[in-house]
Design a protein around this ligand. Structure first.
Ligand code: G3P
Length: 218
């Protein structure tokens, strides 16, 4: 299972990368705006800065919603760095753009996936990744993990190469459940990744080991 971090914050990306378990980064226009990154050149520079930190796939999202615009922006993004994956929204023009980039060997991440039908279409168009937003489904009382399981079954039935990138992950149980289902990738905040390491018995056990060692060495 690949671990991506879902942020445009360079400090958090460095911290996750230093753990040695980071396989990539996902961003979106909201995450870029949250870091105060505005203006086309600053945005492009920021993607390059992320690619220089992490040796893994970095999703960079197009803003255009028409085919021509998505192709123009996607080609600029893909040319920035070999690790860039062009993130395209799940809309009819987006499906065409994914097909276009797939034919050109440019990797894509189809974002804003909320149904199995959308995931099937994106895979048929040749998306490298699809991003079902599980947290946002949970927010409206629909089980996001059920969608991941449904997509897993469909992709396995037909041996689609498209990777399921569980997105909008909010907490460590999302990550564990995605691993049980067989999501290829999860993208989440640093807090959810770090929370996987925490256990009170680990903390108390370590405290005891160190105290016993200190007693024996006095
Ligand atoms: O990867 C998608 C993600 O950025 C959306 O997360 O927490 O805004 O639903 P969230």
């Amino acid at each position: 299972m690949k671990f991506f971090i879902d942020t445009a914050n360079l400090q958090e990306i460095k911290e996750a990368n230093d753990l040695g378990v980071l396989d990539g980064v996902t961003t979106n226009p909201s995450l870029m705006a949250k870091e105060g990154i505005t203006g086309q050149q600053n945005i492009l520079n920021h993607y390059v800065a992320i690619c220089e930190i992490v040796d893994g796939d970095v999703s960079a999202e197009v803003i255009a919603t028409d085919l021509e615009g998505m192709i123009r922006e996607g080609e600029i993004l893909a040319a920035l760095h070999k690790n860039i994956v062009v993130k395209i929204p799940m809309i009819p023009e987006g499906i065409k753009a994914i097909k276009y980039f797939s034919n050109k060997g440019i990797r894509t991440n189809c974002t804003l996936i909320f149904s199995a039908g959308q995931a099937l279409l994106a895979a048929k168009a040749g998306a490298t990744y699809i991003s079902p937003f599980i947290g946002r489904l949970d927010d409206i009382s629909v089980n996001g993990l059920d969608l991941v399981a449904q997509i897993r079954q469909i992709y396995d039935n037909y041996v689609f190469d498209t990777e399921i990138l569980a997105a909008s992950v909010r907490h460590p149980m999302h990550i564990i459940n995605c691993a049980e289902i067989g999501a290829d990738v999860m993208t989440g905040p640093l807090s959810a990744i770090l929370a996987l390491a925490k256990h009170p018995l680990t903390d108390s056990g370590l405290k005891q080991f160190l105290a016993d060692h200190a007693k024996g060495n006095n």
